[in-house]
Design a protein around this ligand. Structure first.
Ligand code: GLY
Length: 385
């Protein structure tokens, strides 16, 4: 074993796949089943443009780079795993259903245009021509080419690809602590007491990263759980999905998908809540998603509510991930960090996998992740974005 990856979500599996392809002997450890953490609940929007927010320019650059890498990543993954993950969605419509939302949408459009992003302003009638199931009150929309990927199918395909490339994945293996030999990481110890030696450990355990003893405080203290409640609707027997585009408003997003495993569905998400590690569903959370979803696509009212769940995003203070080796004073040689992806874990999987594989395999820290140092929140540290 030369590399342990802690966490078998999309990020950890993506990294493990790239490492195994490059001949590393990789073991991925997960506290539960592969893909059962944040990736299981994620909607899978590949949305660097419609998720773009004021003041997050560095993150936008990373998100755009990963979105651009996605088509080739999925083609390669399909060849490696035998599973095609191509999206049928023709793009995304970010719409406004009332005057307040229209003002927000206009500001967002000006911001996106100012950044040179590929967006198109549509009148309400044009939005409804594209998606007749939109509420008649829709006043305007921004169209982008953004698509989606099924996160559950993605993690399943990545698990196959890791195995096909010679890597191993172990479920139910919760890492309690890092092992160290002076200033060098030496492996991990599981909650069962089992020790696994390796000279390189990649931390991709999402919001659980901070619970691993021995993780330097600048990383452990920088990641927090951000709860997201999310719903999945199925059409009634014999009925088609009411929308083909991803549809979003300021309050909610709807992701239509035809999944070979689960059939047709619309994913409606998601709340953003500071509730620690709580994953309970609440009346208020589910109500707000239903209200906002039905407000923009009334046909949701007639669909079967097939699933409601809550996951935990790994949030950071600047909403950007922690990526790379720990080089500072409290650093630990051989420890590489890949967590804190917050709302963008599925989107950032390709770019994270390539960049972290470069770090582990001695290729240095790629320019793409230079602004996302994992020690940037240490007191007095170099600040990024
Ligand atoms: N990327 C959408 C979310 O985190 O809810």
């Amino acid at each position: 074993m030369d590399t342990i990856v802690v966490g078998a979500g999309a990020i950890g599996l993506g990294i493990a796949w790239r490492l195994a392809q490059q001949g590393r002997h990789v073991l991925v450890l997960d506290r539960g089943e592969p893909g059962s953490g944040a990736s299981f609940h994620a909607a899978g929007m590949l949305a660097p443009i419609t998720e773009a927010t004021f003041g997050e320019d560095a993150l936008l650059g990373l998100n755009l780079a990963s979105a651009a890498a996605y088509p080739a990543f999925l083609r390669e993954l399909a060849a490696a795993s035998g599973s095609s993950l191509a999206s049928a969605a023709p793009g995304t419509l970010f719409v406004a259903v009332d005057r307040d939302q229209l003002e927000v949408l206009e500001r967002l459009y000006a911001f996106q245009r100012g950044l040179g992003l590929a967006v198109e302003w549509l009148r309400g009638s044009s939005c409804r021509e594209l998606e007749p199931a939109l509420h008649p009150a829709v006043r305007a929309g921004i169209r982008t080419a953004e698509q989606e990927v099924d996160p559950r199918a993605l993690t399943a395909a990545l698990e196959c690809a890791v195995a096909a490339a010679g890597g191993r994945v172990r479920s139910g293996a919760e890492v309690a602590a890092l092992l160290r030999d002076r200033d060098q990481v030496a492996g991990v110890v599981l909650t069962t007491g089992e020790e696994i030696a390796a000279p390189c450990v990649v931390l991709a355990a999402g919001c659980w990263t901070g619970g691993i003893a021995g993780v330097p405080q600048e990383v452990a203290g920088a990641v927090r759980p951000v709860k997201g409640q999310i719903l999945r609707f199925r059409p009634r027997l014999g009925e088609a999905l009411p929308i083909r585009h991803l549809v979003r408003t300021e309050e909610v997003y709807l992701v239509p998908r035809s999944s070979p495993a689960r059939g047709d569905e619309i994913v409606v998400g998601a709340t953003v809540e500071e509730q620690g590690f709580d994953t309970s569903l609440t009346g208020g959370g589910v109500y707000e998603l239903l209200r906002a979803g039905i407000e923009v696509v009334p046909a949701i009212r007639e669909m079967e509510l097939a699933e409601a769940s809550a996951g935990l995003r790994p949030g950071t203070r600047d909403n950007a991930p922690l990526l790379g080796p720990l080089l500072g004073a409290g650093g630990l040689a051989g420890l590489v960090v890949a967590t804190g992806h917050h709302r963008n874990g599925i989107l950032l999987t390709p770019v994270t996998a390539d960049a972290i594989a470069s770090v582990v395999c001695g290729g240095g820290v790629p320019e793409a992740i230079a602004a996302f140092r994992p020690d940037r929140f240490a007191p007095g540290a170099w600040a990024c974005c």
